[in-house]
Design a protein around this ligand. Sequence first.
Ligand code: ZN
Length: 241
Amino acid sequence: MIAVISDIHGNLEALEAVLVDARKEGATDVICLGDIVGYGADPNRCVELVRESSAAVVLGNHDAAALDPAEADEFNPLARDAILWTRRTLSPANLEMLRSLPMAHVRDEIRYVHASPEAPETWPYVLNVADAQFAFSAFSEAVCFIGHTHVPTWMVLEDGMVIDMIVAEQLEMRGEGRALINVGSVGQPRDGDWRASYVLFDREQRRVVARRVEYALEAATAKILAAGLPEELAHRLSFGR
Ligand code: ZN
């Protein structure tokens, strides 16, 4: 069973809680869809822990912006402030780790990418059925895992039709059906639920399980304030926004 995690954003408390939960649930592999850094106060420890725990990692747009501030031109001011702080804070070795990350990872008929597989290097979001239709035509594997929006979503392609499934406890894939699974965010969920989001994938059973994990929210919040990062980045964590 594979644990697929994304959008950690320097939130060490959330990452640690998710890794403990994944191990307890029987995950044998962790794959990370990027945005390890940005917003949160622990970029170095998060990069190191992802490197130690993950079988594969792909690049996210905040990781790219930590390497090249020109990538942050489109960011809102809070995100830009945070990524410039992150860039100053990351060790040379951890910047090097981010620089080594690929745009996509494919293994066993499964694709892993941060943004839409339609054009990963320009970071498009998959927000609706129309976006998902484009995305499905851009990959050939049975399943593609994505992140980037911080909102867990399950899009399924059956008989050429995209169905936006309600994210429930689990999704059993049927027959020839293909799936585009947004795993949500570990470190800064934006669906109104503050708990860390990730998924477990059982390849044999073709089953996706949505997980939400409580973590030491107050510690993560206090560290953001102590680091001098924008206060809003601390407060939004408790609202899941
Ligand atoms: Zn993100």
